[in-house]
Design a protein around this ligand. Sequence first.
Ligand SMILES: C[S@@+](CC[C@H](N)C(=O)[O-])C[C@H]1O[C@@H](n2cnc3c(N)ncnc32)[C@H](O)[C@@H]1O
Length: 218
Amino acid sequence: MTDVWSSRADAYRSSPTHASDPDLDLVVEMCNPRAGKKILDVASGGGHVTRRLRESGAEVVSLDPSPGMHADVLAPAEHIPFADGSFDCVVTRIAPHHFTEIGEAIGEMVRVTNGEIVIEDTLYISEEHEEAEKLRDPSHVRSYSEEEWRDMLVDAGLEIERVEYFEKTHETDEWLARTDCTGETAERVRELLAPLSSDGGRTWHDVKLIVKARKSQR
Ligand SMILES: C[S@@+](CC[C@H](N)C(=O)[O-])C[C@H]1O[C@@H](n2cnc3c(N)ncnc32)[C@H](O)[C@@H]1O
């Protein structure tokens, strides 16, 4: 993996859609944090989930493979350097669409939790939206539908406990600037996003899926 993320670290630390949107409140609530609860934040990025969970008294370890994100542990989701069942909860927010090996990443997250997993990610909308995401950020791998998420999590031995949807609005200029997407590429991205855009293209929206699942007792 190239370290394109380290150069974006400040932009993701200050991004309003990452730092403070209500989906962050929902993810934190679904982790049910309390003093002493051990939680692993996978692909911690600007550290917003970690910060909020620590404010609730949980013992949180952040993990991210990009040095510039300054996580506690430098590692990808596909190779988590902890023993089986090390955490009460594993959370990952707005990141799995960047994981190159989604099956391995889910397997690792399931292995290191002794109970819960909370995942937020962009829901699959259309091939046009996927193309726009990849043009804007070549590290975008793929977004998945709710059915695909359910299948992947059940196949990994989890029971789905709660599913929520969250519509997120992006300021288009700011969203393109965060990954340095300019010129003809940016124009093509705007064209592809037209069906999802409002205010003459000033904003566009996607939908986030937030899933809480638990290791099956069977
Ligand atoms: C959009 S940011 C995450 C946002 C963060 N979770 C939040 O709530 O603000 C995406 C992060 O995924 C990380 N990442 C990319 N590929 C990864 C992988 N294979 N495993 C774990 N993290 C990865 C990047 O380094 C980056 O920090």
